[in-house]
Ligand binder design. Structure first.
Ligand SMILES: NC(=O)C1=CN([C@@H]2O[C@H](COP(=O)(O)OP(=O)(O)OC[C@H]3O[C@@H](n4cnc5c(N)ncnc54)[C@H](OP(=O)(O)O)[C@@H]3O)[C@@H](O)[C@H]2O)C=CC1
Ligand SMILES: O=CC(=O)O
Length: 324
């Protein structure tokens, strides 16, 4: 008998077929407690799950006693309680690498659009405000040769540093838990502590995962250390920034602008003050959202599930210790 798996993401037809060749697949819209409760038998028999979003915690694991593998269609896995997975011996697979370059493009797009006010001025053109030669009230700030501070010099951080160094001649500062020789040698990046990075950067770009250590890492105390001309970019996870503190800082002109792909609550509330600030570019968590990359991620997640349930895992495992 084929192992049972739960799919909670829409897959292209060919990838769904590939999954069905190996498993008995049951599809749901989500894995919310309501869905789990209403389909308790299916969840009780599942050996694998594949999807994105949705909380996988102790309560979920109690409802899935046969679960062996969780395959997330994302690189970030902050919605999984990894300790609880480890305790139960459940393997967690994710999709790094395949999305790295696309997410770095999104970060660069946010840097450029925040600095040059691309969204705001394009709206003004659409509203018929371009009636004569533009004046200083349409101007932005330069990106090239400005200092970029990268928080989190991992896969995406490195890809952003490459763009900024070679494409825009930007000096790079970075902070991570350890030094990254590759970034220093290839992009002349300089490691510095958080306070120094905040004080010296013209653009601060967050590419950190969400964890107990990074939650609200950037709050009022940190924002006031930034230059008043600086721009904050967040492509990592929303809760790394204390959003209330950021809103207040933007309203009071403590920093120049923000470019945000991620928020404390997603989707962002339509009445969020962020949406009425002209110096904020807000994107709907599109970091990896291109047709090519989303296909690549789905394909990677499918292969991850097949390998982890039927073969030998060599890459893309978050908790390889449970394989031993
Ligand atoms: N907006 C979007 O659509 C997307 C967002 N993301 C987010 O980007 C994150 C990064 O992805 P990726 O680059 O592939 O991940 P990596 O694991 O390659 O890089 C993470 C970096 O963060 C650093 N880091 C982690 N914890 C801390 C900490 N407490 N203090 C300082 N530095 C820390 C790591 O430091 P060290 O190198 O020293 O270990 C590493 O340099 C994902 O976890 C996800 O949250 C990813 C894809 C799309
Ligand atoms: O936010 C997206 C991810 O892949 O992580």
């Amino acid at each position: 008998m084929k192992p049972s798996v739960i799919l909670y993401k829409t897959l292209p037809a060919n990838l769904l077929s590939r999954l069905e060749n190996h498993f008995t697949v049951t599809q749901f819209d989500d894995i919310s407690p309501e869905t789990v409760k209403a389909n308790a038998d299916v969840f009780a028999n599942a050996e694998g799950i594949l999807g994105s979003g949705g909380k996988v915690d102790g309560a979920f694991l109690a409802s899935t006693p046969k679960l062996r593998v969780a395959s997330t269609v994302s690189v970030g896995y902050d919605n999984f309680n990894v300790d609880a997975l480890n305790e139960r011996g459940v393997v967690l697979m994710h999709t790094p690498t395949v999305l790295t370059e696309t997410v770095a493009d999104t970060a660069m797009a946010l840097i450029l659009s925040s600095a040059r006010r691309v969204v705001e001025v394009a709206e003004r053109v659409k509203n018929g405000e371009w009636q004569s030669s533009i004046g200083a009230d349409w101007f932005g700030i330069d990106v090239h040769h400005k200092t970029l501070g990268i928080l989190g010099m991992g896969r995406i951080g490195l890809a952003l540093a490459q763009r900024a160094h070679f494409g825009f001649s930007m000096p790079i500062l970075y902070n991570a838990r350890r030094h990254h020789k590759e970034a220093e040698e290839r992009f002349n990046a300089r490691y510095c502590d958080l306070d120094t990075l905040l004080a010296e950067s013209d653009f601060v770009c967050i590419l950190l995962p969400l964890s107990d250590e990074t939650r609200h890492l950037i709050g009022t105390e940190q924002i006031v250390k930034m230059k008043s001309s600086a721009v904050l970019i967040n492509v990592g996870r929303g809760p790394v920034v204390d959003e209330k503190a950021l809103i207040q800082a933007l309203q009071e002109g403590k920093i120049h602008a923000a470019g945000l792909d991620v928020f404390e609550q997603e989707p962002l509330a339509v009445d969020s003050p962020l949406l009425s600030l002209p110096n904020v570019v807000a994107l709907p968590h599109i970091g990896s959202a291109t047709h090519e990359t989303r296909y690549g991620m789905a394909e990677c997640a499918v292969e991850n599930l097949i390998t982890a349930l039927t073969g030998k895992v060599e890459v893309n495992c978050v908790n390889p210790q449970v394989l031993k």
